[in-house]
Design a protein around this ligand. Structure first.
Ligand SMILES: *[C@@H]1O[C@H](CO)[C@@H](O)[C@H](O)[C@H]1NC(C)=O
Length: 289
């Protein structure tokens, strides 16, 4: 049995790991070099899939923006990347699954196959999100900006939403809400914060795929992250793929994937920064670069 002395040493080590700026081992890195152009996203690259998720017949270069703005907290030598949607953002993963109810475009980490180590052990997912001032969202709709979709496509174990979340109570739609597994009824909001204009919102989410918990770290601008929740029970089992982008849901209809109403003339976007995942199995979490 561990003595109280040993326990206290291990908690001190954990505390040190959480508070000192350091490099934790990386699982994947989606931080984009400044040499990248939108066409760089059309070919196989070290950062994101060149083939998913985007409208049928489109190329990523038609929807990626590389805005000249101050980079996010963890983009010390890398640049923000904007993801946009239009009327053409209709994803069709197969001939009988043309997703006319959605308008969507998402970046998927290149190494994230659905069964790789990014959804095993203990990992911390990092990302920053900012509004695209020139391409505002329509907050009458629900949007998914970041999510983990299970490998059998049966659920999202973690989803950052904004806008009018279908099935949720009234509230300011101009809010970032981080939900746990959406197959829970009702899905649990792990953390929420106003979606401010002109500033990056920085998230770290420690995902324990063994204990089935999620702990949220958050800050804005270039402030270091701090824990805003404990490790909360959340069923993150089922592996899968991380998505970073804009998935706009339609309004009404019987089948959200196919029937939801989408008005024409869409020109909307979200800016991302500092997308990466680190290995936290030894307690390491980066709160600042
Ligand atoms: C926002 O979406 C609603 C519902 O689809 C639509 O009626 C409205 O015209 C849209 N507003 C703008 C500014 O596009």
């Amino acid at each position: 049995m561990a003595s109280p002395y040993l326990l206290s040493v291990s908690s001190i080590l954990t505390l040190l790991a959480l508070t000192s700026a350091q490099k934790c081992p990386l699982q994947f890195d989606g931080r984009i070099p400044s040499t990248f152009t939108p066409t760089s996203f059309d070919a196989a690259n070290a950062f994101f899939s060149q083939s998913n998720v985007l409208g049928q017949g489109l190329k990523f270069s038609q929807l990626i923006q590389l805005p000249s703005i101050t980079p996010s907290l963890f983009d010390t030598a890398t640049v923000p990347v904007g993801v946009t949607i239009s009327d053409k953002s209709i994803f069709a993963p197969s001939a009988d699954n043309v997703q006319t109810g959605f308008r969507r475009a998402e970046l998927l980490p290149a190494s994230n196959s659905g069964t790789d180590a990014s959804t095993a052990g203990v990992k911390t997912l990092h990302f920053s999100v900012m509004k695209d001032g020139a391409r505002p969202l329509n907050l009458s709709h629900e949007y998914q900006l970041v999510f983990l979709e299970s490998n059998d496509f049966s659920t999202n174990q973690l989803v950052l939403k904004t806008g009018t979340v279908i099935g949720a109570g009234a509230g300011d739609p101009d809010t970032l809400q981080l939900f746990g597994n959406v197959n829970e009824s009702p899905p649990k909001v792990l953390f929420s914060t106003p979606f401010q204009a002109g500033v990056f919102h920085n998230f770290g989410v420690m995902l324990d795929f063994d204990k089935l918990t999620s702990q949220v770290f958050f800050s804005t601008g270039t402030t270091a992250l701090k824990a805003v929740t404990q490790a909360l029970a959340n069923d993150v089992s089922g592996q899968g793929q991380f998505h970073f982008g804009v998935l706009k849901k339609g309004i009404g209809g019987n089948n959200i994937v196919k029937d939801g109403v989408q008005e024409a003339g869409i020109d909307e976007g979200i800016i991302f920064g500092g997308i990466f995942e680190e290995d936290s199995s030894a307690g390491c979490v980066s709160l600042s670069p």
